[in-house]
Design a protein around this ligand. Structure first.
Ligand SMILES: [Zn+2]
Length: 305
């Protein structure tokens, strides 16, 4: 049996509420929570999560129904839950109408969707069409446009990364985009802020596509008088070192190196992360804690230049 495992919006809310009470890290969205639940080594954890399942195909197709529609019906008769929104379309126009209809119903659904999938109904036609590597030629996803929402920029803050790159972040009036509360969005770099003329206090349009960090699409101006254009600092907001711009580089950098607390902490976090030494049980939060308590991290610094 094949299908889709998912978590409903209300179950996701409860799950995160429980995790917050237990001081456990929150899941970013239902999709991550469902995927993470399936990757557990301990099946008791998986079983404790509010997972649901829609069946949509059979792997062993011997004596199977001859159409997708009949297949869903028989799966349902056997007691599997199938998606009741599935429908048989007879023309391209039918398909596009179905897409538009689903788009308007999207908000009211108990679970999140990011588009719909069209499948060839006749199973023997599906078999004839076959696959290109792992992608079927008989099924195609039609994604919805990324959800865009209006909010206000409270403040533009500069974060300093592991290599000293200064990244502007917009602190936003919190809004819900695609079922997730968003209070920060990336502004990428100073060129982007200038090009889009984004200022503190502006009403802005933000967008969150998939699991990436939300981004500011454009400014809609301010309610009253606009703030002055944002000016990038000439010194690092963390350590006060000069900000430099390498030749042929867009990014501005703090010149402080490991004298800069932000660069040191980000280096340590990177060092223990799954991209580097993958040290279990030692993550960003703990590094911040050790640093705050002034517990000596110098030995790390020696092995990580
Ligand atoms: Zn610095």
């Amino acid at each position: 049996m094949r299908g889709e495992i998912y978590i409903e919006k209300k179950d996701f809310k409860n799950l995160n509420k429980l995790r917050a009470e237990k001081n456990e890290p929150l899941f970013a969205n239902p999709r991550n929570a469902a995927a993470g639940s399936l990757r557990q080594l301990d099946e008791n954890i998986t079983a404790s999560r509010p997972l649901k399942f829609f069946a949509y195909s059979m792997v062993n197709t011997e004596n199977a129904p001859t159409s997708q529609e009949a297949l869903l019906k028989i799966l349902n008769k056997w007691g599997f839950s199938t998606n009741t929104l599935s429908t048989l379309c007879h023309s391209l126009q039918d398909m596009l109408n179905y897409y538009e209809k689903t788009l308007t119903e999207r908000e009211g659904l108990p679970y999140e969707i990011d588009g719909i999938v069209f499948k060839v109904n006749n199973i023997s036609d599906q078999d004839k069409l076959g696959f290109v590597s792992r992608a079927p030629r008989w099924a195609i996803a039609h994604k919805f446009p990324a959800e865009q929402i209006e909010t206000t920029i409270q403040k533009i803050r500069i974060s300093v990364g592991r290599t000293g790159v200064l990244t502007p972040l917009a602190e936003l009036d919190p809004v819900i985009v695609g079922g997730v509360t968003v209070s920060k969005a990336t502004l990428h770099n100073q060129g982007e802020i200038k090009r889009k003329d984004i200022r503190e206090g502006d009403r802005v349009l933000i967008q969150r596509a998939g699991d990436v960090i939300p981004q500011v699409i454009k400014s809609l101006g301010a309610k009253g008088k606009r703030h002055n254009p944002f000016s990038f600092p000439t010194t690092c907001p963390v350590c006060g070192s000069h900000v430099i711009q390498e030749k042929d580089e867009v990014a501005l950098r703090c010149s402080g190196g490991l004298a800069c607390q932000a660069q040191t902490l980000e280096s340590l976090k990177h060092f223990v992360s799954k991209h580097a030494f993958n040290i279990d049980g030692l993550g960003g939060k703990r590094i911040d804690y050790l640093w705050e308590k002034k517990i000596n991290l110098i030995s790390f610094r020696h092995i990580y230049p």
